[in-house]
Design a protein around this ligand. Structure first.
Ligand SMILES: NC(=O)c1ccc[n+]([C@@H]2O[C@H](COP(=O)([O-])OP(=O)(O)OC[C@H]3O[C@@H](n4cnc5c(N)ncnc54)[C@H](OP(=O)(O)O)[C@@H]3O)[C@@H](O)[C@H]2O)c1
Length: 328
């Protein structure tokens, strides 16, 4: 494994993290290995960054992560726990701090390394009040770093303008060879500002592995997955470059993100995938290979849409109902 600093001022993390949306989540189906086996395999192979959220499995993902770390006797300071405050709970300071305390309890820890706002709250909500509340939580030692997720540039700027003492260290968003829209404006902005990039769905929910994947709710609702799984030009190129490295297409897709300066957080439901993804850190693509992959995926630059335009106009209670009933 290799390690990198998240942004200029964030924590040191493994260049490949582990996404935990899959833990306790209806949209993905059952795990094929236990949470404990998955977490142990990740740590044994040098992964230190674990990404979860209060909405994953209605808190179950956080709970399972905390239990697995304790059961395996993994010292708290050896891992970086990143979790997320749902946009519908980022409506005011008290509500946000209540969510934070609940996450700490489920994780069974005294602090969260990276606390991210999962998506921008509706535009009439008190985002500044929430962020200042998170700054107080940093001062109290409950959070080490503040991060954002699914915020387009203008919302990142709005959030940063609220902060007085602790700038955000990272932004998390969808980014892969099959979804490159953030390269248009968000990534150049974050690079300029020294803010780290966490890439979600780095394998386009499995499409970039080149394997035929079972249909589940997470995939059925993602147009990026559907498009990428039919893109023979991209998949053939990935496979060729992978073969040249004695690697897999999945490892090559993750190595491309690492070459772009992002930290991918692939999700996994089985130990074997965790091990394979951790080994992506050993694949170093040449500049020519990165260019070839850039060229074959240039069609996915598109324009950045993100969650924000819809999310900022949808009342919290509606967001909560949609996510709790349909999605989780
Ligand atoms: N901030 C946000 O709004 C947001 C949104 C989405 C995700 N996320 C985070 O990002 C993480 C990753 O995103 P994601 O889970 O949507 O997509 P992903 O990482 O692109 O895809 C994960 C799926 O790909 C397959 N896979 C993983 N490694 C593989 C390997 N080595 N070989 C073959 N197949 C492999 C597995 O599918 P099977 O298990 O079916 O084989 C796995 O469940 C999530 O767990 C979550 O932590 C954040």
């Amino acid at each position: 494994m290799r390690y990198t600093r998240l942004g200029k001022h964030g924590p040191e993390v493994s260049v490949i993290g582990l996404g935990l949306w899959q833990f306790g989540q209806k949209a993905w189906g059952e795990l094929s290995s236990t949470p404990r086996e998955i977490v142990r395999a990740a740590v044994e192979h040098g992964i230190t960054l674990f990404d979860t959220a209060e909405i994953y499995g209605n808190g179950l993902s956080e709970k399972l992560l905390g239990e697995a770390l304790r059961a395996e006797g993994i010292p708290r300071e050896e891992v970086v726990i990143a979790t997320k405050l749902a946009g519908f709970n980022a409506s005011g300071k008290e509500r946000a701090l209540k969510s934070l305390r609940a996450s700490l309890k489920r994780l069974g820890t005294g602090y969260i390394d990276l606390y991210q706002i999962h998506w921008p709250p509706p535009k009439w909500c008190k985002l500044c009040e929430v962020l200042r509340g998170l700054e107080e939580a940093v001062d109290e030692g409950l959070i080490k770093y503040i991060g954002l997720s699914n915020f387009p540039v203008k919302d990142v700027e709005e959030a940063r303008a609220c902060l007085r003492k602790h700038d955000i260290v990272s932004v998390q968003f969808q980014y892969s060879l099959a979804y490159r829209a953030p390269e248009n404006d968000l990534i150049p902005y974050l690079k300029r500002e020294g803010i780290g990039v966490l890439a979600w769905s780095p394998l386009a929910k499995g499409a970039l592995t080149g394997e035929v994947k079972g249909r589940n709710f997470a995939r059925l609702t993602d147009p990026v997955y559907r498009r990428a799984s039919r893109d023979t030009e991209l998949l053939t190129t990935l496979k060729k470059i992978a073969t040249d490295h004695g690697a897999t297409p999945a490892q090559t897709a993750l190595a491309w993100l690492v070459a772009k300066g992002a930290v991918p957080i692939p999700g996994a439901r089985k130990v074997y995938h965790v091990l394979s993804n951790a080994r992506a850190a050993e694949v170093t693509l040449s500049d020519a290979e990165v260019r070839t992959l850039d060229e074959v995926s240039v069609k996915y630059l598109g324009t950045y849409s993100g969650f924000s335009p819809l999310g900022r106009n949808v009342p919290c209670v509606i967001q909560m109902l949609i996510l709790r009933i349909i999605w989780i």
